[in-house]
Design a protein around this ligand. Sequence first.
Ligand SMILES: O=P(O)(O)OC[C@H]1O[C@](O)(COP(=O)(O)O)[C@@H](O)[C@@H]1O
Ligand SMILES: [Mg+2]
Ligand SMILES: [Mg+2]
Length: 347
Amino acid sequence: MSAPTLNAFLLSQESGGHNADVLATVAALADAAIKINHAIRTGSLDRAFGGSKGTVNADGDAQKELDLYADETFIEAMRHAPIRSVASEERTDPVAINAEAHIALAIDPLDGSSNIDVNVSIGTIFSLLPATGAPDTDPAAFFLQSGNRQLAAGFFIYGPQLALVLTVGSGTHVFVFSQSLGTFVQTRESLTISERTQEFATNASNYRHWDEAVRLYVDDCLKGEDGPRGKNFNMRWIASLVADAYRILMRGGIFLYPGDARPGYGNGRLRLVYEANPIALLIEQAGGRATDSVRAILDITPTSLHQRVPFVFGSAREVERISRYHTEPSTIADRAPLFGNRGLFRA
Ligand SMILES: O=P(O)(O)OC[C@H]1O[C@](O)(COP(=O)(O)O)[C@@H](O)[C@@H]1O
Ligand SMILES: [Mg+2]
Ligand SMILES: [Mg+2]
């Protein structure tokens, strides 16, 4: 039997009783992503997508042409979807769409902006949340719900292949766009992230700004076979969250963007509502874990739309281990003999 298309998958979910509006919205997002993928692939021929617009978003990031094109394309696509409100990384406030609808969309329209002009994978991350309440409900309130309230989450990756990683609440599934069929085809069903790993992803240029628990964890990985871990680690850092997440979903690994001492980076770089929450749901639905170093990301109630959060996710055992470096280092049996040398964790 041939692999199901995205539409067939969504129909099967609908006949299983899943919220039809959620599924219709995923289909509309997929159509918009196909359009953006096409624009990226022909982009440099007719416009400079990597060029800066000279504007900044709510977080102070410089906006590139493609950030704004993607933002406008997704918002436009949502005007015909059963969506009440959209919150975008590129807009200070949510955009009202349809007052009768019961779903809110949080979106990072273009993730990995620093990779646009160097031809490295970029993507779109989305999160669907329930949006109920009186017509005069402040739309910002829809987005200040914890991540475990998400109805669906996913990301598109504009890489060598256009892929969609999706959860509608039961399992994490992968779809790849087929040029010949003109639609997404399911390539992985309910994937599982390996529990253990020997690969970490972090921007190590921030080493001197990290707190000591993070430095010790990375030091231990770097010491390889001769260190407390007793095994060699590989390192990858793509600087597109979607691409790092995709690799971790495919072959395991651990991702760290912790808070650090640089001004404005006390809670790291990634945004809770439209980056960490959807990635965390996808990772947890694949058997991995996602934390802010200690707390489960999905348990955190956001207090503002664009707030940042320290973000650690990936293979379950490794995420749990990092948490112990922060909270109970003396229980890390294989590391205990070295603590005395460092001083930080001396009881
Ligand atoms: O450049 P840094 O500090 O390594 O940060 C890279 C991180 O920033 C991001 O690009 C932030 O996302 P945006 O491009 O959507 O702002 C992530 O995709 C990536 O993980
Ligand atoms: Mg992003
Ligand atoms: Mg972005």
